[in-house]
Design a protein around this ligand. Structure first.
Ligand code: SF4
Length: 65
């Protein structure tokens, strides 16, 4: 899995950070910081959930495995 964030779409709601704090962080202005572009398998479910709930649809996933 590869995670891509579209920063202009991020509205800084922070849901992704609450759901997958090892993969997403936030700048002071709330905009997302991608911590791990290729998260390990055990985090995939959380990353998918984060992408689903992201209000800006700013998280895109490329599923390779
Ligand atoms: S959930 Fe989406 S809009 Fe909210 S901080 Fe994360 S990437 Fe940005």
């Amino acid at each position: 899995m590869r995670v891509i964030v579209d920063l202009p779409k991020c509205c800084g709601a922070g849901q992704c950070v609450m759901i997958a704090p090892k993969v997403f962080d936030q700048q002071d202005d709330g905009i997302v910081i991608l911590l791990d572009e290729k998260p390990p398998k055990e985090l995939h479910a959380a990353v998918r959930e984060a992408a689903n709930v992201c209000p800006g649809a700013a998280i895109r996933l490329e599923e390779s495995e």
